[in-house]
Ligand binder design. Structure first.
Ligand code: S0N
Length: 283
């Protein structure tokens, strides 16, 4: 299989962002802290994901971490304040928020991943721990290297994610296993993760990117709208009204392309009564 030739797609501080062959790759680039995310990291991931979504050349997105040691070790404990994450001392001008009132930047990023109509694939080498584990759980597919280690640490480090970090994990592995993962804070190997349905494939570390790209290329051969509708359909029930809204508005996208919908629009513009008589009342 031909190697992919990534091209840099933007300048960032905490992440790398590349594109090639219809694939966008977002890489958390803080290997010195096992790719923990600080506010700036999440802000940059969000910008890159937004770019990948808007780029009509892009069909699939890879989320990964720099180096072989970690996908992501979760929130940066060293910049965690008493009420959420405070201003980033290294980049105060680039991280909104006051010095005394914190927030969780990752909350909106989780929703953004969920709403992104293009498949997101986690490419995991090394640790996917804490909020880093939640990021891979939120990806639509996960390809793991043999050295990958998965786990939640919240109850050990004074944290928890009862949002998608609990609910989507439960959908993946079942409620008993999800509670085990959160309550005991154990670590799981890539093989164990595969057995419990937490990842899609396990490959040797040196073949991780090649295999992930192979999965992406396979999806790129498929109908983009069918993939979009499937992602929305999988989430519709779990995400409640927001999930139904996504699916319903995707149906709108299709409806707008019909003569029936266009008759309503054209009649308004032409200041006449719409004539829907020729359209079937489907059984
Ligand atoms: C990842 C671990 C297991 C790796 O162990 P290893 O290989 O032995 O390396 P270390 O020597 O431990 O680490 C190397 C250097 O990296 C630093 N570092 C590692 N992880 C972090 C981190 N998360 N934050 C800051 N620094 C980190 C180490 O300190 C070390 O540097 P030096 O030598 O300079 O000290 C192991 O490192 C580990 O267990 N890490 C901590 C895992 C952790 O506590 N993660 C945070 C858990 N919480 C969250 O993720 C919450 C985030 C979240 O998504 C969320 C959800 C809902 C509501 C709020 C939030 C929120 O954002 O808070």
């Amino acid at each position: 299989m031909a190697a992919i030739e990534w091209k840099e797609a933007g300048e960032f501080t905490d992440i790398k962002y590349h594109k090639a062959e219809g694939i966008a790759k977002i890489t958390i680039n803080r290997p010195e802290v096992r790719n923990a995310f600080r506010p700036l990291t999440v802000i940059e991931m969000s910008r890159a994901l937004d770019d990948a979504r808007e780029d009509t050349e892009i069909g699939v997105i890879i989320l990964t971490g720099e180096g072989p040691d970690a996908f992501c070790s979760g929130g940066d404990q060293k910049v965690r304040g008493d009420t959420g994450y405070l201003e980033d001392p290294e980049n105060p001008q680039r991280t909104p928020g006051g010095a005394s009132v914190g927030r969780f930047h990752v909350t909106d990023f989780h929703v953004q991943m969920r709403r992104c109509p293009k498949p997101i694939v986690a490419m995991v080498a090394g640790y996917a721990i804490g909020g880093g584990h939640v990021l891979h759980v939120l990806c639509d597919l996960t390809i793991a290297a043999e050295n990958a280690i998965f786990g939640q640490v919240g109850p050990r480090v004074g944290s928890f994610d009862g949002g998608y970090g609990a609910s989507v994990l439960t959908q993946l592995v079942g409620p008993k296993k999800a509670k085990e993962i959160w309550f005991l804070c154990r670590r799981y190997t890539a093989r164990e993760a595969l057995e419990m349905g937490l990842v899609n494939a396990v490959v040797p570390l040196e073949r991780l990117e090649e295999e992930t790209v192979r999965w992406c290329r396979e999806m790129l051969e498929k109908s983009p709208f069918a993939l979009r509708m499937l992602k929305a359909s999988f989430h519709a029930h779990e995400d409640g009204f927001a999930g139904i809204q996504q699916l319903a508005h995707d149906a709108n996208l299709l409806f707008y392309g019909t003569e029936e919908a266009q008759e309503g629009r054209d009649a308004f513009k032409e200041k006449r009564r719409p004539d829907f008589s020729k359209f079937p009342r489907r059984p």
